[in-house]
Structures are given as C-alpha cells and as structure tokens.
Design a protein around this ligand. Structure first.
Ligand SMILES: Cc1ncc(COP(=O)(O)O)c(C=O)c1O
Length: 378
C-alpha cells in the first residue's frame, strides 16, 4: 500500500530556472538580485515596512530578541504551546521566557493570561499564529501599548493569513516567518524578519550582517565598513533566495490549494464534530487563515495514540504536535510558567494533524475514509 506522508515539499515549477539564472548572474552570497526580489515580494505580501530574508525563522526570532534589547533577567511572555525556537531566542539573550496558557478555541496565546503575567521585568510579548490562524492581535497590541512592551509575531506558519483584513507580518513591531519545507512557501530552510517600527531597520540590517554596517556601506551611506554592534550571519545565499522567489510568486495558488484541502477535511468531519466525537480547527470570523494545517482534537491521549497507530497501519502519517515547553527539561531550567497551563496540557495531548501539502488532493479520499473508520469504530 502506498504510504501517505504528513508533508511533501511543495514545488511550483520555476525553482530550477531561477537557480540557474542566479548562478549565471555570478553572485552566490546573500543580498544579491534574488534576495532583494524576495524582500520586496514579502513587503508587498505582508504590507510590512521592511522585510529581510534570513536563513530560518529561528534566525529571525533571534534577531527580534536582539532588537527588543533583551537583557539578562528580562521577561518575555509567550505561549508554551509553540516550537522551541520561540523560547530559545529569549533564553539565548539571558532573558526568561514566561509561558502562559492558550485560548481553547484558536490555540493561540490567551490575552487575559498574558495580561496577568506582566511584571516590572516584562519587555515583550511573542504571539504565535498557530496553524496560520492569527492570534488576537488587537487585544495584545492594546496590552503592549499600555505597558510599554514590544509585540512580536511568530508568524512561522502564517504567510498569507490576515487579521481584520491586515496581513500577518504587519501586526507587531517585528514578525518572523519560516520557509522550512513543511510550510506553505518553502526554500528547504529559510525565513524572514519583517520590521514595522522604522527605528529598528538600521540596527536590524547591522545585526543580520554580523554586526557590521555593510548594508549602509554598499548603499554609499558610510565610507568604511566596520564592526558596530553584536550580530551574526543571519542571511541566506542567493541560491536559496532564487528558489524562494519562484515560490513567493505562486503564493496565491499554493495557499488556495491548501485552503481547498482544509475545506475538504473540514466538511468531511462535520457530522462527527456535530456529534461531539472530534473538534475541528476554529478560524474566527475576523481572521483569514492560509490553510497551513488541518488538525483534529480527539478525546484524550489514549484516543490520540490509538488513532495515530491505526492510521500508521493504514500507511498514513498523522503526527501530534508541540510537547508543551513548560514541561520540557530546558523549559523547567530556563523559563517559568505563569498561571494555569490546563488548556495547553489538555490540547497538546489530544491533537493530531492530517496530511496537507501541495498535491495531497489525490490522497484525501484515503485519509478521510481511514479517519472516519477509526472515529466511527471507537
Ligand atoms: C511557531 C514556530 N516558530 C518557529 C519555527 C522555526 O522555524 P524554522 O525551522 O524556519 O527555524 C517553527 C517551525 O516549525 C514554528 O512552528
């Protein structure tokens, strides 16, 4: 029986010709023709003031943590239900990730829990747009304004999603995107930082260029290129940017395909959701999601594990997702939880993800039938 993977890298067709063109242009290091094209495309897609390509979302988050000027002992509020990179970026600055619970509907950071976790040491809030569904950015923005905090988006999964008509990537002072091969728009490994606070742009360029003012030097704005700040090598090479450029140009097609898959799954399990057997993702009316992920919430961890095992026997990969960071060894050492983590603990034990990738439409009948068979029998 043919196996159905959870993910297949989505190719749009122009990748090789763009890579070949990048080679013929003669610059393989970063910030050449294709990097600039990608930055401009991301600025158009997100409406952000400035976009800078990075080699991963992890790198973009690390840049954001430097730009937030985090000092040892400072605190940053974020959900525990996220990827390690969100918290690592904070911990790498010697600051303390403070985990709060998520909203049981959207699985995004709960603004009330975030408000309750603020202390005099709090410097920023990082909102993760889980499954490409935007977090409650208005409430979080008001909270940050009131307390003088920086609002950062972890938009790893949210390229093409909007909140009240405004694109993810334009909603915080800074936002980090991922182009890892599991995402909608990919370059194998890849990412971008978008910057909406104009005061942060020059420093962002410096941090990304190993702490040097190389970008200003190349624009003729300074006559010497020198070490001026901390930084690292956060930019990708031109071959990666060329691959990504073709992908970004096709975002509407790719996201439409993923949304069609999402709608198909959503419809296929509506009766089982109505009867209370499963719960499907919730996309609030004021949000538009990008079809990044389709998940189901099962009864409990035993139901979840039995489902994954049965699907594996049927040749279909349906993985669970984040293990809550507050319960991880590094989370216990380097971070702390503020308030109850009941929703995070409950949801993370019950969630499974169904295959969603460009081309999965040929396989969705098998996924739906196998899922329904399990749910109806158990
Ligand atoms: C919410 C979130 N943040 C950050 C990352 C890290 O992305 P990257 O692999 O591009 O560094 C991921 C990866 O899946 C993620 O889901």
């Amino acid at each position: 029986m043919k196996k159905i993977p959870f993910n297949k890298p989505s190719l749009v067709g122009s990748e090789l010709s763009y890579i070949s063109d990048a080679i013929s242009r003669g610059q393989l290091s970063g910030d050449g023709h294709y990097t600039k094209k990608c930055n401009a495309l991301i600025e158009t897609l997100t409406g952000a003031g400035k976009a800078l390509l990075t080699h991963s979302c992890t790198a973009a988050l690390e840049m954001a943590a430097i730009l937030a000027d985090l000092q040892p002992g400072d605190e940053v509020i974020l959900p525990s239900f996220t990827f390690v990179s969100t918290a690592n970026a904070v911990a790498l600055r010697g600051a303390v990730p403070v985990f709060v619970d998520i909203d049981p509907e959207t699985l995004n950071i709960d603004p009330a829990a975030a408000a309750a976790a603020i202390t005099p040491r709090t410097k920023a809030i990082i909102a993760v747009h889980y499954a490409g569904v935007p977090a409650e950015m208005d409430a979080l923005g008001e909270l940050c304004d009131r307390h003088g905090l920086m609002l950062i988006e972890d938009a790893a999964q949210a390229m093409g999603s909007t909140y009240n008509g405004r694109p993810c990537g334009s909603l915080g002072a800074l936002a980090a995107f991922s182009f890892h091969e599991t995402k909608n728009i990919i370059s194998g490994e890849g990412g971008a930082l978008t910057i909406n606070d104009p005061d942060l742009v020059v420093r962002a360029e410096i941090i990304r260029e190993k702490g040097t003012n190389r970008s200003r030097f190349l624009r003729g704005q300074v006559d010497k290129y020198t070490w001026v700040d901390i930084g690292s090598s956060f930019l990708p090479g031109e071959l990666v940017a060329a691959f990504l450029c073709g992908q970004l140009e096709q975002i509407e097609t790719v996201n439409a395909h993923r949304l069609a898959t999402f709608d198909l799954y959503n419809e296929a399990f509506s009766d089982l959701a109505d009867s209370g057997r499963v719960r499907r993702p919730v996309v609030p009316g004021h949000c538009h999601a990008n079809g990044h992920m389709f998940y189901l919430l099962l009864r409990d961890i035993d139901d979840r594990d039995a489902f994954i095992a049965q699907m594996r026997e049927d040749g279909i990969a349906t993985p669970f997702h984040y293990v809550p960071l507050h319960s991880s060894p590094a989370g216990k050492n380097l971070a702390r939880a503020a308030g109850s983590m009941a929703v995070t603990d409950d949801i993370s034990a019950r969630l499974v993800r169904l295959p969603v990738y460009y081309g999965v439409m040929d396989e969705t009948d098998r996924v739906i039938n196998a899922t329904r068979q399990y749910l109806e029998r158990n």
